[in-house]
Design a binder for this molecule. Structure first.
Ligand code: PPE
Length: 306
């Protein structure tokens, strides 16, 4: 594990992990004013490859734009290069890359315009997000007692630090109750997503996932899985998912950069299908892991070799 070690690109230069520090009065610490990304870099026989780098950087730029955090130093070309440089600098074969833009130390109070825009990119080796056996056996989840916020409150198309305070309520509740993860409903009571993952439902051979209007982060893994599933000949439909559809689904799985493609074995103690990874989930997982390992043709141009 490389967590706590290595070098971090911090406001324009590389510093040692321990030196990447901010002031107590950093605006983002008090008010959640940060936007960030999570990107995976995979080990392939042609060297490390970053998965969907441009899409992640574009989403970061979009998040920054929504929160009026744009800055002349921050653009697609520079940021994508910095992500590549961080992998190189640390000599990683595979890792998780975390770019973050935040409002720094410049004054207190809700008006953030006097605080400087700061930017950093860290990386570390990060294994299976939901535990060692999760990818094979699936995870046990509960529906959260918390909802996602209504659409005109916290914009979910922005991957903002502040949004994750809701995700933490969902995750803590799940963990304290002995579950691996929580599924959260939107403000209309329809299924939204996991605390840090999108959700897919398989029913009678069709595949469904909540639409972007269901307070989801429109995941890049979600987008990739839709393309994979269609390439495998499945029909994928984005539509509202009622809670009870989770209980009668044939298969359910999470997608996310950290979670990759993780099967769900049970929801609220009701087994999903046979209570183990289903065949369609397995096919999609296999395709996904072959693409990122570069053992299958990268027909969608998803890999950036470092
Ligand atoms: N929804 C949420 C709320 C979310 O945080 C993520 C990613 C996704 C969906 C999936 O999006 P994508 O990674 O583009 O497929 N969650 C990130 C943070 C995890 C963390 O604990 O930190 C991630 O997977 O990197």
């Amino acid at each position: 594990m490389s967590w706590g070690k290595g070098r971090i690109w911090f406001n324009g230069k590389f510093v040692d992990w321990k030196d990447a520090q901010v002031h107590l009065m950093t605006h983002a610490l008090h008010y959640g004013s940060s936007v960030f990304e999570g990107i995976r870099c995979y080990n392939t026989k042609k060297g490390p490859a970053i998965f969907r780098l441009d899409e992640h950087v574009k989403r970061l730029l979009g998040s920054a734009k929504i929160y009026r955090m744009t800055d002349e130093r921050i653009n697609l070309k520079t940021l994508r290069q910095v992500c590549i440089d961080v992998v190189r600098e640390n000599k990683f074969q595979s890792c998780y890359i975390r770019p973050i833009i935040w409002r720094g130390y410049g004054g207190i109070g809700l008006n953030p315009f006097n605080c400087p825009i700061e930017i950093a990119v860290a990386a570390w080796e990060w294994g299976a997000y939901l535990g060692k056996d999760a990818l094979e056996k699936g995870v046990n989840v509960r529906v959260a007692s918390w909802n996602r916020a209504a659409p005109n409150t916290y914009p979910t198309l922005a991957k903002a630090g502040g949004n994750y305070i809701n995700s933490q309520l969902v995750k803590m509740e799940a963990v304290l109750d002995g579950y691996d993860e929580g599924i959260v409903l939107d403000s209309n009571g329809y299924v939204s997503e996991g605390s840090g993952e999108n959700l897919f439902v398989v029913k009678d051979g069709g595949i469904f996932t909540p639409p972007s209007s269901a307070a989801i982060l429109p995941g890049i893994t979600r987008h990739s899985v839709i393309q994979i599933a269609r390439d495998l000949g499945y029909e994928v439909v984005k539509k509202q998912v009622p809670r009870e559809a989770l209980y009668i689904a044939d298969e359910l799985f999470f997608t996310g950069t950290a979670a990759e493609v993780t099967p769900i074995a049970s929801v609220d103690k009701i087994p999903v299908g046979e209570g183990k990874r289903g065949p369609i989930t397995a096919r999609i997982q296999e395709y996904f892991f072959e693409v990122v390992a570069a053992t299958r043709e990268d027909k969608f141009g998803w890999l950036t070799f470092v």
